[in-house]
Design a protein around this ligand. Sequence first.
Ligand code: ADP
Length: 407
Amino acid sequence: MKILVINAGSSSIKYQLMDLEDAHNYTVLASGLVEKIGESTGRVIHRKNMSAVEEKVVEEAPIPDHRKGMARVVALLTDPVKGVISDAREIEGVGHRVLSCGEVYSDTVRVTPEVKASIRDFFPLGPLHNPPNLVGIEVAEELFPHAPQVAVFDTAFHQTMPRKAYLYAVPYEWYKDYRLRRYGFHGTSHKYIAQETANYLGKPLDQTNLISLHLGNGCSMSAIRNGKCVDTSMGVTPLEGLVMGTRSGDIDPAALQYIMGQTGMDIQQMTDALNKKSGLKGLCGGNDMREVVEAAANGSNRAQTALDIFAYRIQKYIGAYMAVLPRVDALTFTAGIGENSAPAREHICRGLEHLGIRLDLEKNNSPSRQPREIQQDGAPLKLLILPTNEELQIALETKDIILSTPT
Ligand code: ADP
């Protein structure tokens, strides 16, 4: 089944066209990125992956809006030379990454007018993502009127969290009247990793307990019990929890008032600073883990401190989630840092031997793109590196929904 996966952001659209049977039998036919939508110069990077040698097309021209951007994607996908299909009607379903629908949907759904209304209803809680996600759906409905549209929510996997994990200790009316609670994000990745961990261990998902560490530009962790999320580190927004590339993660809320009083910053500037100028970048100037590790190795105290704080926060969450779970089968690293940064993994695991976390340095340092385990022989806890694949998860769920809920 040919499924187009779309992730529409405020000025960009990421896409991937897959032909898939199941999680282990699929082909990425084409993928790409439309960026700088609405700016004076726009760009489309399109990769045709059908041949053994990947072909890349880069177009530079203004792209006034998402509709024009998606129309370019359709033109490239169906181009006789650069394309991979002869007609847009070959696409049998479109899966959309959508940030949040709060508590309304706890699973993937076919897009209906009610679903779109719910996505709109959550604009105030996902102001940067939900509006462009909805535009992506509306544009795809126009361009692929024959294909079912499916919404895959980044918060859905975390809907199994118990109340004690998702409620903040603030006036209860804030939850009742304004839906303030912890929702969690990166759900598509954590769900995929839960299944992949179970597959790797050869256990049924509903008997698998794990702590998943999604460490990319954004970082989050989940405690997963019997295949279901029981806690996660992000909150009502993706700002809570771990130290990230440019986000602070956990901070005393009273610190905001203090710094705003000292500097004259308003709440918008403060929110911007916590989201875009904090984390690794705020601590040492760089938000890319490769640069931070290199700077620390070259003697930068600030970079070393940033690395220490990044790892220490993760260690504290590991401790918390080991307390939450009755048994841990594996600790699974994924995403850009989790999959690729041996120094970051080493830093995170160092000093946690008393918890059964015993990293094998040689296995940790051997570069590989394959799923693998990196704990010492005989260690009580498995340490896994499993590549995440959010697009595949979205495509799989889209296919399942189309087949299980025919119109
Ligand atoms: P996103 O959250 O945007 O999807 P990724 O999962 O791609 O991001 O992670 C991006 C981050 O991963 C980069 O900022 C970088 O810090 C880190 N990263 C990527 N490749 C490597 C590598 N080879 N070694 C160390 N860190 C890496």
